[in-house]
Design a protein around this ligand. Sequence first.
Ligand code: KG4
Ligand code: ZN
Length: 332
Amino acid sequence: MKEEIISLGIETSCDETSVAILKNGREVLSNIIDSQIKIHEKFGGVVPEIASRNHVEAISNVTNKALEEANVSFKDINLISCTYGPGLVGALLVGVSYAKALSFALQKPLVAVNHIEGHIAANYITFKELEPPFLCLVISGGHTHLVHIKDYTEFEILGKTRDDAIGEAYDKVARIIGLEYPGGPKIDKLAKEGEANIELPETHFDNLDFSFSGIKTAVLNLYHKNPKTNKANLCASFEKASTNMLLRNTKLAIKQTGLKKLALAGGVSANSYIRQEFKKLEEELGIKVYYPNLQLCTDNAAMITSAGYYNYLKGNIAKMDLNAIPNLKIGG
Ligand code: KG4
Ligand code: ZN
């Protein structure tokens, strides 16, 4: 019989303090997320120092809640995982230090998880049958990556943004037109009331890289020139043009790799227009399209715990000198 692994995972890379307990990498026993969004809202974005302080205050309570909800105690935990990058260094260090202390006190192995790998792993929790190889489009506040998932811990980056991440562009466009942080979900909602009738520039390169600073600047200039622009139409037009950029490169990557499975991941993959447009690729290209349950799209510890489990199976155990790496890359 396969050994049963109960793992505890920690995510503190940005403004969510989250702890999860999983059985064998895909079964979520608990996934507690303490979001600081309300605290950072008034500043229009995440303030790193405030994020770190709030992680310190929250982490013990969030851990206790995760154990309670999973109906397990520390002695039942076989494995500890934590995000060690990319992210805000002070925020990451809270989770890394806490995970190291738990690993040392419980005498259980520690696994260091790349946050982007975590976003990808959110799909394993939602789709129990999903296995590599597949293509993953990671779209979040900090990343826009097209990744070939060759195996659970083997990745090749096919394309990435040269400037702003798509989520960053969503949040900045929202701010320009007076919507609160985080703007992505607000644009998603408002766009439904509008029509995509404003022409915005789509940037393409001769490889699979992305760029979202051009479209962001175009919205800024357009809105400053004409503050009476219909906001709903502007949101719908921004969504359409930015999704076109994502679709173009993803289709090219599918053609180039011949992969038949495409997964979306990251906070922006919660967007309803993006989900709708990517689902159409199933018929158009004869592939299967996956996206995580909505609550697993944005930052959470369940996805980190899942990625940690697969790293543990590969023998990737961290040492006690583990440090946070704010600009950690994926795929070497
Ligand atoms: O993955 P995530 O929680 O954090 C990072 O790792 O960056 O992503 C947060 C981003 C924010 O930019 C937020 O505006 C965006 O995801 N987001 C959305 C939606 N929900 C969250 N963007 C567009 N539509 C949404 N429904
Ligand atoms: Zn994230």
